[in-house]
Design a protein around this ligand. Structure first.
Ligand code: CA
Length: 228
């Protein structure tokens, strides 16, 4: 059964991005940009999950949540502003299943949706838990570890996430935009300089340190990790 998800988010760009990503994952997704309309759709139609922004015009996300809960136990993930503890606590008290703090990486939201639907990761043993290898470089996502020829590489969280994503898509050209979207999330849209900066960090810790060529630049396009 295909799951149906309602996105109630007034920022049109974010709503459209979420819809595309959810559809890409195989869900059906509808978007509405206002609280009152969202509430009508949430109670009037049948959905499997609601993604609900807190700050909405005409009716706040909290009010939508409160009213939906009067008649339905549908799972709801709230989108809250950065570090707004009050919103998180209130949302959970009112019966939200989970919340995401903006800005968030889309992969994290997708993972949480899978948890709610109790679905496994698309390829649990082959991508998430398996040790990834490229030449002498190994990345172990479960342990959050990267090694070169047995020597541990100290990476920050973002560096690790970028390396992990490159390794998951080994031998594929990844554009700056793709990397930005998958590793950083929509909030950084357009600002691809950050990708170049983090590629430099990775190269200094891997390519240069171990005098090996791991991360390739595809001029004018993006980056890739190649198995030679
Ligand atoms: Ca909003």
């Amino acid at each position: 059964m295909i799951k149906k998800i309602l996105i109630i988010e007034d920022e049109v760009k974010i709503a459209r991005f979420l819809k595309l990503e959810l559809e890409h994952e195989g869900y059906l997704a509808d978007t509405v940009h206002d609280g009152r309309e969202g509430l009508e759709k949430a109670v009037g139609e049948s959905y499997d999950l609601i993604i609900l922004d807190v700050m909405l015009p005409s009716l706040s996300g909290m009010e939508v949540l409160r009213r939906v809960r009067q008649s339905s136990e549908i799972p709801i993930i709230m989108l809250t502003a950065k570090d707004d503890i009050t919103d998180k606590v209130m949302g959970l008290d009112l019966g939200a299943q989970d919340y995401m703090t903006k800005p968030f990486a889309i992969e994290e939201l997708l993972a949480r949706i899978r948890v709610i639907f109790k679905l496994k990761s698309p390829s649990p043993s082959s991508s998430e838990s398996k040790v990834l290898k490229c030449g002498k470089l190994t990345v172990c996502p479960d342990k959050f570890e990267a090694n070169y020829n047995g020597t541990p590489i100290a990476l920050t969280k973002k560096e690790f996430e970028l390396l992990h994503y490159l390794m998951l898509n080994k031998n594929m050209l990844l554009t700056r935009d793709t990397l930005l979207e998958k590793v950083w999330g929509y909030e950084y849209a357009g600002d691809t300089n950050i990708v170049d900066v983090y590629i430099r960090y990775l190269r200094s810790k891997i390519d240069q340190k171990f005098e090996d060529k791991i991360i390739y630049t595809v001029r004018g396009m993006g980056y890739q990790i190649k198995d030679e």
